[in-house]
Design a protein around this ligand. Structure first.
Ligand code: AP5
Length: 215
């Protein structure tokens, strides 16, 4: 099963991807997480991407395509994958489906959330800088206060979750990523869920779509 999770920043793509990955036994490929790790480890990719990601802009289509192609070579992707955060532009969607790259997509789940809800979600998000686990101060607090439940590290606010950068990410989303819904709708592989519902209710909607695809 090869699926794409689409939606605005903070829609819950990463949160749902973790749950889906556990249920389906296929890996999640989060381009945002791969790039953040590259920045942390000061790799060449990290050095190129650091300023861009902190401003809430997109890194180049070519760079992100290479990142995904590289990850897809790993053995754990042979039975399928969940793409979280890729593709994010029409150019990326076209490049991945080209004969040359041939990155398959069976279906796309679009998590629909309003801009107001996005601002509230991203303002309250806390992440573990060590293992990447994500929390929310209201909807998904850590049982260990300001520490990560999984590894005990002190939780932080992502640099791109500052109020100005959130607004820029939303602008970029509406300009460059939202048109992908039409692109996939025309291919008749787009399914939209109501992302403003509770975490479990969104998971139930997502699993319903996945179940129907498997039949
Ligand atoms: P990326 O990490 O992909 O950021 P994003 O798309 O902005 O998505 P987020 O990780 O912010 O949110 P999410 O939808 O995963 O929500 P989450 O589950 O955390 O990319 C970061 C950057 O990398 C980009 O800006 C760009 O620079 C670069 N990049 C990455 N991919 C790229 C590409 N393909 N091309 C070019 N550049 C690229 O949830 C958010 C919060 O809400 C959490 O606190 C969570 O607990 C809470 N929450 C989730 N669901 C619910 C719910 N149903 N109810 C209540 N709270 C909820």
């Amino acid at each position: 099963m090869k699926l794409v999770l689409l939606g605005p920043p903070g829609a819950g793509k990463g949160t749902q991807a973790v749950k889906l990955s556990e249920k389906l036994g296929i890996p999640t490929i989060s381009t945002g997480e791969i790039i953040r790790n590259a920045i942390k480890n000061e790799t060449p990719v990290g050095k190129i991407a650091k300023d861009t990601i902190e401003r809430g802009e997109l890194v180049s289509d070519e760079l992100v395509l290479e990142i995904v192609k590289d990850r897809l070579k790993d053995d754990d992707c042979k039975d399928g994958y969940i793409l979280d955060g890729f593709p994010r532009t029409l150019a990326q969607a076209e490049m991945m489906q080209s004969v040359e790259n041939n990155i398959g997509v069976d279906f796309v789940i679009n998590i629909d959330v309003s801009d107001d809800e996005i601002v509230s979600r991203l303002s309250g998000r806390r992440v573990c800088p060590s293992c990447g686990k994500t929390y929310h101060v209201v909807s998904l607090p850590s049982s260990c206060g300001d520490k990560c439940e999984a590894c005990g590290e002190k939780l932080i606010v992502r640099k791109d979750d500052s109020p100005e950068v959130i607004l820029n990410r939303l602008k970029v989303y509406h300009e460059l990523t939202a048109p992908l819904t039409r692109f996939y709708d025309e291919q008749k592989i787009l399914y939209t869920v109501k992302g403003a519902e509770s975490l479990d209710a969104v998971t139930a909607q997502v699993m319903d779509i996945v179940g129907r695809q498997r039949r």
